[in-house]
Write a protein that binds this ligand. Sequence first.
Ligand SMILES: Nc1ncnc2c1ncn2[C@@H]1O[C@H](COP(=O)(O)OP(=O)(O)OP(=O)(O)O)[C@@H](O)[C@H]1O
Length: 469
Amino acid sequence: MSATSTAQVLVVDDEPDLRTLYELTLLREGYRVDAAGSVAEAWQQLEAKRFDAVITDMRLPDGQGLELLQRMSQQQRPERCIVMTAYGSAENAVEALKAGAFDYLTKPVDLRQFRNVVASAIQEVTPARGRVAARTAAPAERPTGGDAALQRLVGESQAVRAVKERVAKVARSMAPVLVRGESGTGKELVARAIHACSHRADAPFVAVNCSAIPEALLEAEFFGAKKGSYTGSAADREGYFQAARGGTLFLDEIGDLPLPMQSKLLRAIQERQVRPLGSTQEDAVDVRIVSATHKDLVADVQAARFRQDLYYRLNVIEIVVPPLRERREDLPRLCEALLARIAQDTGVPAPVLTPEVMAQLWAHPLGGNVRELENLLHRAVALSDGHEMHLDLEPAAAPALAPEPEMPNDLQAWLDQKERDVLVKALQDSGFNRTAAAQRLGLTLRQIRYRIARLQIPVPGGADEGDDA
Ligand SMILES: Nc1ncnc2c1ncn2[C@@H]1O[C@H](COP(=O)(O)OP(=O)(O)OP(=O)(O)O)[C@@H](O)[C@H]1O
């Protein structure tokens, strides 16, 4: 507590009474407090010194709190910024988080919440080592567990690197994150990495698969239940929100949450309080929400299957995890990492992955993404007779030639498909040696490259890479 007691806070509000109320509340917590009544005044103070946290009202006489926030982030100011928004203006809160606010509070501000939010903002700039050390060591602020979690996300493709950079960047705020991507792409790994890179890393990470919980139990599972509040509840029990206190709550398959539960979740997020089933009291909760879906939630919102306001709340920051077919260059690294993991789990040394097996994998559609790859390798290891590995793939690794239609109604598309099928087959047969495939089809290397690029056929190394010699 001694580190936080010297923390410096700047309060920006144009209403003198409220300003005094905030100042007194913070002084009582042992912070040093300065105050400003406008954007200009706040900026003057910020130019004169550094603070640990800035708390600003949204509407100020000479501008918006958001402007202050944007200016601070442009200048890479180290202060955590908390924004106070009018009740019901979800847009403002979301805007503020997107602009880099650490957190927001809705007015009228609940002082207990106010103290909690300021404390967690200050705690995050002031880890145990003390404030000065934390500041000078800004780039190392992320705990090393975060690096390990990022490394677990194997891949050096541009797409995966972008995901990792975004994870490291967004981990620091409280803003909710929605992770989108097909099944098996690694969304949960991303969520875990966000947690591990955040200052919540020492608190729990609670993963919930929303589609796996019977509807009747959802409320009790999420918010907890008092003894006897429903049939079979023999003791008080915590919900996920309480279990994740101080940490991260990962809501997987959020698109499968039934509408009534969506409303309850929205309320819990907005009010930061949950009421266990059968209880008269609300529990204050401090959790960061990371959710994930493989669905098109925008379409679900349009079809009234998903609440728009909840979508808006969850999707403050979006991370899209690309399917494996868009980052095939990661395959060798992924295979290596997955085989190492399998070897560790089974205690059986991993068999050698031959270039033939690699070519087979490369040509396989892998619609189930990394999870499918993992299963394939598991099976291959189990079936391998020792040294070399063999894959047991479905025969139709390449799309089979379609039966000839009587009359295509789009000739070009039909021809493209034919050409694609032939090229894929020739490439596969040659182990993805483009020179050999071209020769077989009577094309030059240049011609086959052009066709591969035009038809967007995924090949090892990409269509523009050099020769396959
Ligand atoms: N980039 C990666 N590096 C290493 N392993 C990965 C990677 N992506 C996914 N995996 C592994 O693939 C499996 C599936 O990943 P994960 O559960 O995170 O996917 P998901 O997108 O959450 O899937 P679902 O939508 O089906 O829940 C896990 O065993 C995970 O460890």
